[in-house]
Write a protein that binds this ligand. Structure first.
Ligand code: IPE
Ligand code: IPE
Ligand code: MG
Length: 255
């Protein structure tokens, strides 16, 4: 295999640098067992631990997990409150553990709508782990791709008005710098569990060239073997970024 990770058969063999996951199916997992949805969410947290562990062990650089979307406020009040409590309790328990494992914690999304105590906990987690150098764990909470693009446009518009940017400065590279994921590599592999084949307002801009993987496995059942299978599928894909297959196979272009 050559230095850029392309082997002569044209298959990219490298691990994905950045994996982004829509963790879906907690509710159905519980309902199948005649249990309340809350139990499904608790089981979902356990699955998160295993997946984080796997990524840290396998030198994945960034793992982004969609934990709560900007549309999830539409759920029954009880479920929203439960998710907030679970989030708070999990953070309280896990921050030191993540730190001990050299994992950097980050949050993306509009946190202004969260209870202040929760916002403080999130900031504390980010501060405490900011210098860690193993996996970066990005939790998307009250995140929406539309929100992300709007907040980026707002920052750019403010700079235009202030005269610190001109219209000609606007291009995809510049826009990237204003998104919530500015300093992260673009996702290489997107996974959605739970059987739905949609993006549900996740990383709309950032997924432009991401390899997509959908599985019917419900999130609480998604284990390390399931992730290994998704990564294996990724490794069989030929990423062309607009080039022809021949260009990629003869390595006449750099991707
Ligand atoms: C995903 O599981 C978790 C969150 C959205 C917080 P769901 O709660 O959407 O589970 P299903 O889709 O109803 O099974
Ligand atoms: C997407 O799942 C959001 C998260 C997993 C956090 P949903 O279950 O909310 O998505 P839809 O509503 O079925 O598209
Ligand atoms: Mg769902």
């Amino acid at each position: 295999m050559s230095a850029d990770g392309i082997d002569p058969s044209g298959l990219k063999k490298d691990n994905p640098r950045h994996i982004a996951i829509i963790m879906d199916g907690n509710g159905r997992w519980a309902q199948k067992r005649f249990m309340p949805r809350a139990i499904g969410h608790q089981a979902g947290v356990k699955a998160v631990r295993k997946i984080v562990e796997y990524c840290a062990k396998h030198n994945i650089e960034v793992l982004t997990l969609f934990a709560f979307s900007s549309e999830n406020w539409r759920r029954p009040q009880d479920e929203v409150s439960l998710l907030m409590e679970l989030f708070m309790a999990t953070l309280g328990r896990e921050i030191s553990k993540l730190d001990r494992n050299n994992i950097r914690l980050r949050f993306i999304g509009d946190r202004s709508l969260f209870p202040e105590k929760l916002q403080d906990k999130m900031t504390e987690g980010e501060r405490k782990t900011q210098d860690n150098t193993a996996l970066t764990l990005v939790i998307a909470v009250n995140y929406g791709g539309h929100w992300d693009m709007c907040q980026a446009f707002q920052q750019v518009a403010a700079e235009l008005l202030a005269g610190t940017l001109t219209l000609e400065d606007i291009n995809p590279q510049l826009m990237n710098q204003y998104l919530a994921t500015a300093d992260l590599p673009e996702p290489d592999l997107f996974i959605r569990t739970g059987g739905e084949q949609r993006i549900s307002n996740f990383l709309l801009w950032q997924l432009a060239y991401t390899e997509l993987y959908f599985t019917p496995t419900l999130w609480p059942d998604f284990d390390q073997d399931s992730l290994a299978e998704a990564i294996q599928s990724f490794k069989t894909r030929e990423r062309r970024f607009g080039h022809t297959s021949e260009q990629v196979r003869t390595q006449s272009v750099s991707l």
